[in-house]
Design a protein around this ligand. Structure first.
Ligand code: SAM
Ligand code: DTB
Ligand code: SF4
Length: 327
């Protein structure tokens, strides 16, 4: 048995789970999933990059880091109207949560932040859940976001504490944990996960899952991303991850964090439908919906609708057809 009390959970216990025969692991994930959630319902988020590129951080996977030579077009902070239009379209397309991402190292107290607060207020008023990912923040900034109506703040641990320095050197694991504590203290829900397939070992994947599960309380939302290789980043040629690793990570996340939403996140467009189906079986109950993640392509709504139909799944917001506005 795996200890349920997070503080007592040992990394070896996570390793034991992760390395179980795959079908035993999936079966256990499915059992826990069905005890805590409706297995036919999938939470659907849509992403929008509200400020793109020229980020000071040196994350080796990221198209938006100024340290990487990618041919991404930089874009200043969007106008509020552009964000409202995108949020309306996301809702019309079936999303129940709208996530705004900014390529900032940290939030600065300036006019741009005021505009972001207004964006949050506007999106919230559309009766959508709101999520933001704007880099590091202070307790006071977290409070302002909470008051504006931000439901979730996304800030990922990305990988194990040991492998972290191989991927990012401009901020530490502890910096990330400090931001997460500020988010939690302000009363927002935490969205925190990581990326698999960055050349890390299986033990690093286990270390990441252990770190996520020992947070108290665990994150309400756990995005499991597979690296989207981006030309011009140091990780562009890392060999793709074996499909079972995503399934294992999803199942372990589900077993260790039974109440959380586990999101099959970036990299889904490169996975077969069969592998995705196994992830849903193992406990994934959330996805990013739409043609675009932040700067890279996503599977697109139509293909996802077909997949949902085939598997008997439905989004939280099975929306009636609505008029799509040109962005
Ligand atoms: N700048 C903020 C930050 O890093 O917290 C927010 C935006 S950042 C793009 C959000 C998350 O996206 C990162 O923490 C990382 O886990 C994920 N991500 C970025 N690029 C990715 C890629 N190429 N493949 C998979 N996940 C990626
Ligand atoms: C998360 O864990 N995945 C999302 C969200 N949080 C912000 C981001 C994925 C980004 C994928 C690469 C891109 O499109 O730039
Ligand atoms: Fe900047 Fe976030 Fe990309 Fe890192 S992941 S370079 S912090 S946008």
């Amino acid at each position: 048995m795996v200890a349920q009390a997070p503080a007592q959970l040992a990394r070896e216990e996570v390793a034991e789970l992760y390395r179980r025969p795959l079908l035993d692991l999936v079966f256990e994930g499915a059992r826990i999933h069905r005890a805590h959630h409706d297995p036919h319902v999938v939470q659907c988020s849509t992403l929008l990059s509200i400020k793109t590129g020229a980020c000071q951080e040196d994350c080796k996977y990221c198209s938006q880091s100024a340290h990487n030579q990618t041919d991404l077009e930089r874009e200043k902070l969007l106008a509020i109207e552009q964000v409202i239009t995108a949020a309306k379209n996301a809702k019309a397309g079936g999303a129940d949560r709208f996530c705004m991402g900014a390529a900032w190292r940290s939030i600065k107290d300036n006019k741009d932040f005021d505009r972001v607060l207004e964006m949050v207020r506007e999106v919230k008023s559309l009766d959508l859940e709101t999520c933001g990912t704007f880099g590091m923040l202070t307790p006071a900034q977290a409070q302002l976001l909470k008051e504006a109506g931000l439901d979730y703040y996304n800030h990922n641990l990305d990988t194990s504490p040991e492998y972290y320095e191989e991927v990012i050197t401009t901020r530490t694991y502890d910096d990330r944990l400090t931001t997460l504590a500020a988010v939690r203290d302000a009363g927002m829900k935490v969205c925190c996960g990581g990326i698999l397939g960055m050349g890390e070992s299986e033990d690093d994947r286990i270390g990441l899952l252990h770190q996520l599960a020992i947070q108290s309380p665990p994150p309400e939302s756990v995005p499991i991303n597979a690296l989207v290789p981006v030309e011009g980043t140091p990780l562009e040629n890392v060999p793709p991850l074996a499909w079972d690793q995503m399934v294992r990570a999803v199942a372990v996340a589900r077993i260790l964090m039974p109440e959380s939403m586990v999101r099959l996140s970036a990299g889904r467009h490169a996975m077969s439908e069969e592998a995705q189906a196994m992830c849903f079986m193992a406990g994934a109950n959330s996805i990013f919906l739409g043609d675009q993640l932040l700067t890279t392509p996503n599977r697109g709504k139509d293909r996802d609708q077909e997949l949902f139909d085939r598997l008997g799944l439905e989004g939280i917001n099975e929306s009636e057809p609505a008029v799509v506005v040109e962005v």
